[in-house]
Write a protein of this length. Structure first.
Length: 264
């Protein structure tokens, strides 16, 4: 079973749902009884969790069991993303933290990579932080000396974030010192995401920040997705984790990207 990073401030049911999502993705197709045994909860609880995960779009229920949605669907789902590469995201966040100074304005996208940074902001205050990611908004609202700009728009349960044109317009009205964001795939030359509506907001964020930092764990490298977000050279820094093979780091640098490698 894949561990979930407790720093995400998920409720107990949401943490369990994230673990169930990862379990289903790992096994492809499982029965409700398999999940009862694996997670030590009642059949009723399993079905409630599966109903919620189906509503979010990460799984598909059928009589007697459940299967994972296609890769492009479940990789977008926040419950699945919260279970993946947590150690790598934490290392990348620790490195990203060194770029922040008290008094700065910081924008965070709706990535779990940026969410890992939220827990490290408490002792760098005062800060102004803008984000469209509901888990980040919830946690930032609890921090002292943080001026929180909650970027609203059309709510997506799949992403647990706000998006669409209203969100893009809210982002476009700002100009922050820093942007920390992530994507689902990175080639040697470009950053990609599989959903156009997400790309719309991220591209507006890129235009609305002075310094742009891309946070990507090694599992996202050498991949592409349907929609091209931006050339890597549009980012001031690309932060990867130290599990990234040296030849991939060289390939990114050879294409002109500024690459920092975060130690685990």
């Amino acid at each position: 079973m894949t561990d979930v990073d407790d720093s995400s401030e998920l409720s107990r049911p949401a943490r369990r749902q994230a673990e169930i999502a990862a379990y289903v993705v790992q096994h492809g197709s499982v029965s409700a009884n398999d999940l009862v045994e694996a997670f030590g909860v009642s059949v009723m609880t399993v079905h409630r969790d599966l109903d919620e995960l189906e509503r979010q779009g990460v799984v598909r229920k059928y009589r007697g069991g459940v299967s994972a949605q296609p890769t492009s669907v479940f990789e977008s789902n926040v419950a699945y993303r919260l279970t993946t590469a947590s150690a790598e995201k934490a290392a990348i966040a620790r490195h990203a933290r060194t770029m922040i100074e008290p008094g700065m304005s910081v924008m965070l996208d709706d990535s779990t990579s940026a969410l890992a940074l939220v827990e490290l902001l408490e002792d760098i205050t005062p800060l102004t932080v803008a984000t469209n990611f509901l888990p980040a908004i919830t946690r930032l609202a609890q921090l002292r000396d943080v001026t929180l700009l909650a970027l609203g728009g059309i709510y997506s349960a799949t992403h647990d974030s706000f998006g669409g044109l209203p969100c893009a317009e809210a982002v476009g009205a700002l100009h922050t010192d820093l942007l920390f964001c992530s994507v689902s795939a990175v080639s040697p030359t470009h950053a990609f995401h599989q959903e156009q509506e997400i790309v719309l907001v991220k591209q507006t964020m890129l235009r609305s920040a002075r310094t742009k930092v891309l946070l990507v764990d090694h599992g996202k490298l050498q991949r592409t997705a349907l929609h091209r977000l931006a050339p890597l050279t549009d980012f001031d820094v690309v932060v990867v984790d130290e599990k990234t093979p040296d030849d991939l780091v060289r390939a990114l640098r050879d294409q002109g990207a500024q690459v920092d490698v975060a130690p685990l």
